[in-house]
Write a protein that binds this ligand. Structure first.
Ligand code: NDP
Length: 433
């Protein structure tokens, strides 16, 4: 706490992992001797930089850029960029720290990192976003590379932003280095399924978790918070599995659509028009917009928080339990507060933590890197099958590890320990560096 003052989200993420590790440290004293815990929560490198750009009115704007290169024991740093006004070092460090364990769980050779800016893409013109991205990359390019650090998208960073970032990287370096960024467009090095991967993977993980308890998605009521990249494809996959998705949200409120979300309309509003949830309601008879209260008030069987950190607190968890929720799977990073997680687990609700459940995005990014390295492009079905296998393996790893450490069914503990031990073993093998 004294070393990292004011970084509340980072402290929360570290505490959550470290609390799970007690039984491991008892069993494997070599981790204590090698000071793995002290080393693992200190980023290998943190880069903070000025991002000057000129808006459409000709005014100079200044934002702050970040890249935290947290841990490269397993491979090059890998993790997204977030553009949102709430971004500061504590958010980037929490996300980067989570990313270490998530990437380890995927079984792919990728280390952990994260970055972003306090730039708000909302309400900005395409040209403003482009000028910002070009300025951001004009500093970032010297720190990244296929073998060094491979950024991707996150909140506020989708295909458009990755395009502008990649274009500037290519221009500055004079290298068509496809593997330097993931989430690219399909005609310039991207992978099929990457757009869908995080949402699809979250639902696949939830499906495995439900199946392990004799249940499935068919005819279940599902609520999904957010309406961005992760939320949209979580809705799509849940619907494919026969669920009735009845609610989604953005920061202006939530929508209840008892007839089941019209996915084509939602994609048109959010992906094409970059509109608000009210624009969906305006064109969808029978749906309604709620601007007070919380989406977690809506009765549901399965809740998928897919918006942002700490969006589901203890009072929301109580409401979900009172309404008979069966499972909660995190599509977002750390959307459930520690108190809410404890409450859900005590009430017997199946709970899938983000670092396991949303790992499909980064796993598919690693598949994109594989395709780039071999100058290949795989089919949708093949790539989705690879994603499914990875999600099943992550699920099974969580279950087996939780059992091994005497807490069967505790996916939080299983994910934290399984993710940690692989990184810790690699760190010890590589020496004190
Ligand atoms: P998007 O920017 O595509 O969408 C984010 C959604 O969440 C929007 O609907 C946004 O609403 C809403 N939201 C964001 N902040 C808030 C807030 N403070 N209060 C209420 N709603 C909010 O981002 P993604 O879908 O990519 O990311 C969502 C989550 O998933 C994040 O936690 C991210 O870290 C995590 N994640 C993403 C991965 C990916 O591949 N994209 C991979 C793994 C995790 P509004 O438009 O009104 O701001």
């Amino acid at each position: 706490l004294r070393r990292n003052p004011g970084e509340a989200e980072f402290h929360q993420a570290v505490r959550e992992v470290f609390e799970s590790l007690e039984p491991v440290l008892r069993k494997k004293p070599q981790y204590v001797e090698a000071a793995v815990l002290q080393r693992i929560c200190e980023p290998e490198r943190q880069i903070v930089f000025r991002v000057p750009w000129i808006d459409d009115a000709g005014q100079v704007q200044i934002n702050r850029g970040f890249r935290v290169e947290f841990n490269s024991a397993l491979g090059p740093y890998k993790g997204g960029l977030r553009f949102h006004p709430s971004v500061y070092l504590g958010i980037v460090k929490f996300l980067g720290f989570e990313q270490i364990f998530k990437n380890s769980l995927t079984g792919m050779p990728i280390g952990g990192g994260k970055g972003g800016s306090d730039f708000d893409p909302r309400g900005k013109s395409d040209r403003e976003v482009m000028r910002f991205c070009q300025s951001f990359m004009t500093e970032l390019y010297r720190h990244i590379g296929e073998y060094t650090d491979v950024p991707a998208g996150d909140i506020g960073v989708g295909g458009r932003e990755i395009g502008y970032l990649f274009g500037q990287y290519k221009r500055i370096t004079n290298r068509y280095e496809s593997g330097v960024l993931t989430g690219k467009g399909l005609t310039w090095g991207g992978s099929l399924v990457r757009t869908e991967a995080t949402g699809f993977g979250t639902v696949m993980f939830a499906e495995s978790m439900l199946a392990a308890h004799g249940q499935d998605f068919d005819a279940r009521r599902v609520t999904v918070s957010g309406s961005g990249n992760v939320a949209i494809y979580a809705i799509a996959k849940a619907q494919q599995l026969g669920a009735n998705v009845v609610a989604f949200s953005d920061s202006s409120g939530y929508v209840v659509d008892e007839a089941g979300v019209d996915l084509d309309l939602l994609r048109q509003v959010k992906e094409v028009e970059r509109g608000r949830v009210a624009d969906y309601v305006a064109r969808r008879p029978g749906s309604r917009l709620v601007t007070d209260g919380s989406i977690w008030d809506v009765p549901t069987d399965v809740a998928l928080p897919c918006a942002t950190q700490n969006e589901l607190d203890e009072s929301h968890a109580k409401q979900l339990v009172a309404n008979g929720v069966v499972a909660v799977a995190e599509g977002a990073n750390m959307p459930t507060t520690p108190q809410a997680v404890a409450l859900l687990q005590e009430a017997g609700v199946l709970f899938a933590p983000g670092k396991a459940a949303n790992a499909g995005g980064v796993a598919t990014s690693a598949l994109e890197m594989q395709q780039n390295a071999s100058r290949d492009a795989w089919s949708f079905d093949y790539t989705e099958e690879r994603l499914r296998q990875i999600m099943t393996r992550i699920h099974d790893q969580c279950v087996e590890t939780a059992e091994e450490y005497g807490t069967p069914g505790n996916y939080v503990l299983g994910a934290n320990i399984a993710g940690f031990t692989k990184v810790a073993d690699a760190m010890i093998a590589l020496g004190v560096i």
